[in-house]
Design a protein around this ligand. Structure first.
Ligand SMILES: [Zn+2]
Ligand SMILES: [Zn+2]
Length: 273
C-alpha cells in the first residue's frame, strides 16, 4: 500500500449533485413593464420526487453501507506495480447505498413535472432583462441543492407607445382646424386620458412633453416623460359646402399665413429661375 495513486480523488459527492439552472423566456405587456406585475408561469422541469422527498430511497428503506467498498467510497485495484485507488463504481464514492431505490423516481430523487413558479416583475423592467428565481431550477439528484431559474423578459410592442429608455413616444393626429385655431386635445397615457393645450398655429410634427407620464425607472431614479408628436391631418374628402368655405378661406390667405413657406421660397429662389 506504499504506492497508492489517487486517480479519482475529490468526487465524493458525485451522487448528490446540484440541479441545473433553467432559462425561461417570458413575454409581457408594456403596461406590465411600466407598473410591475405578479406573474405565475408553468414550466416542465425535473422536480423533487414527493414519494421519497428527493432522497431516492423507497419510503421505509434504509441507507446501508456499500458492501463493495466497505463504506470507504474507494476501491483499490492492482495494475502491475501500482495499487490504484478508484472511486467505488457501486456507490460512486458515497460509501453508502440505498437499500431499496424509490420506485417512482428509480432512485434519482427527482421527476419530470409541471411546476408553477410565482414571479414578481419590478416596475420599469427593460427588454432583455434577466430575473433570477432562486432555487426554482431543476431539483438536485438525491437531495442535492436545486438550480436557479432565469427568466428573460421580452416586452411586447405596444399599439400606441414606443419606448426609449424610460420615456414614451406616441403620434397623435389632430384636425388641421384645431392646429390652426388652437384648442384642447386628448392624449393617451398609460394611466388613461391625458390633456394637451395646443396654441394657435401648431405645426405638424411638433412635440409636446407630458412630464412624468413615462415609465418608472427600475433603479428608483424617478420617472420618464411622455412625448406626444402631433400629426396635423388634412381632410381627405370635402363635401360641397366645406370645399366652398375652404376656397373662400384660401382667397383670404396671404403670405403672412404661411411664414415657413414664404421663407422657404426666399431661400430657394435661385432654383426656380
Ligand atoms: Zn422518489
Ligand atoms: Zn462503495
Amino acid at each position: 500500500m506504499d504506492s497508492v495513486a489517487e486517480f479519482f480523488g475529490g468526487d465524493q459527492a458525485e451522487d448528490r449533485r446540484r440541479g441545473s439552472d433553467l432559462r425561461y423566456d417570458m413575454q409581457i405587456k408594456l403596461e406590465e413593464a411600466a407598473f410591475g406585475a405578479g406573474k405565475e408561469i408553468e414550466i416542465a422541469k425535473l422536480d423533487t420526487c414527493e414519494k421519497c422527498r428527493g432522497s431516492g430511497a423507497e419510503p421505509g428503506s434504509r441507507t446501508i453501507t456499500c458492501s463493495t467498498c466497505g463504506g470507504r467510497g474507494q476501491v483499490i485495484s492492482s495494475r502491475g506495480f501500482f495499487h490504484v485507488s478508484q472511486t467505488c463504481p457501486r456507490c460512486r464514492g458515497a460509501g453508502e447505498v440505498i437499500e431499496k431505490p424509490c420506485q417512482k423516481c428509480h432512485g434519482e430523487g427527482r421527476l419530470e413535472k409541471l411546476s408553477r413558479v410565482k414571479l414578481k416583475i419590478p416596475a420599469g423592467i427593460r427588454e432583455g432583462s434577466r430575473l433570477r428565481s432562486l432555487g426554482n431550477g431543476e431539483a438536485g439528484t438525491r437531495g442535492g441543492p436545486p438550480g436557479d431559474l432565469y427568466v428573460v423578459i421580452h416586452v411586447r410592442e405596444h399599439k400606441i407607445f414606443q419606448r426609449e429608455g424610460d420615456d414614451l413616444y406616441c403620434d397623435v393626429p389632430i384636425p388641421f382646424s384645431v392646429a390652426a385655431l388652437g384648442g384642447d386635445i386628448d392624449v393617451p397615457t398609460l394611466e388613461g386620458k391625458g390633456h394637451l393645450k395646443v396654441s394657435t398655429g401648431t405645426q405638424s410634427g411638433q412635440m409636446f412633453k407630458l412630464r412624468g407620464k413615462g415609465i418608472t425607472n427600475v433603479n428608483g431614479r424617478g420617472r420618464g416623460d411622455l412625448f406626444a408628436r402631433l400629426i396635423v391631418e388634412v381632410p381627405s374628402r370635402l363635401n360641397a359646402q366645406q370645399r366652398r368655405k375652404l376656397e373662400e378661406f384660401a382667397a383670404l390667405c396671404g403670405d403672412e399665413n404661411t411664414p415657413l413657406r414664404k421663407s422657404f421660397f426666399e431661400r430657394a429662389k435661385e432654383f426656380f429661375t
